[in-house]
Design a protein around this ligand. Sequence first.
Ligand code: SF4
Length: 184
Amino acid sequence: MICRIPSQLSEFVYCERCDLYKTRRHIVFGKGNLPCDILMVGEAPGKVEDLRGDPLVGPESRLLWSTLTKVLREEKLEEITYFITNMVCCRPKALESMKEENRKPEVEEMSGCRKRLLTLFHLAKPKMVLLIGSVAGTHARIGAERATFRIYNPGYVVRNKAAYPEFIASIRDAIRLLREIKHV
Ligand code: SF4
């Protein structure tokens, strides 16, 4: 699985298109294969992702990763390729909070990062777009010509374990649809 930045995104390496650059530690572009079968788009990097520069290290990301891996193994589709990114590459944090908690990205921040998301979409050429959580579900507006699936934000599932059966069922539905699309 790659984590390096594609050359087509090099103009974003020192990006200051929105104010999130002021407090980030790392730009978290994403991780996975390009091109890929599934492009997953989440909300934003969290505290751990910002510290490590890796989109798959926080508890929410680990839940998504482990659930997807489990479903792919169950469906015997481990060869499916994917790339995970977010609506914004830099962590939005709530500065008024003493704990400096994560917050949702603002519309202007997502607009600043949109060119990067579209470039990534064209590099990924995905057969399916998986929109993770309500922010991506509402604002991503990519992949209209592709199969598009929406799933719960894994952060919600981490806090509400009762939502896990629905969460994994939606990922299973997405993977089964992808199987039909790929004829495998
Ligand atoms: S979130 Fe996107 S647009 Fe904003 S500074 Fe980071 S890379 Fe640039």
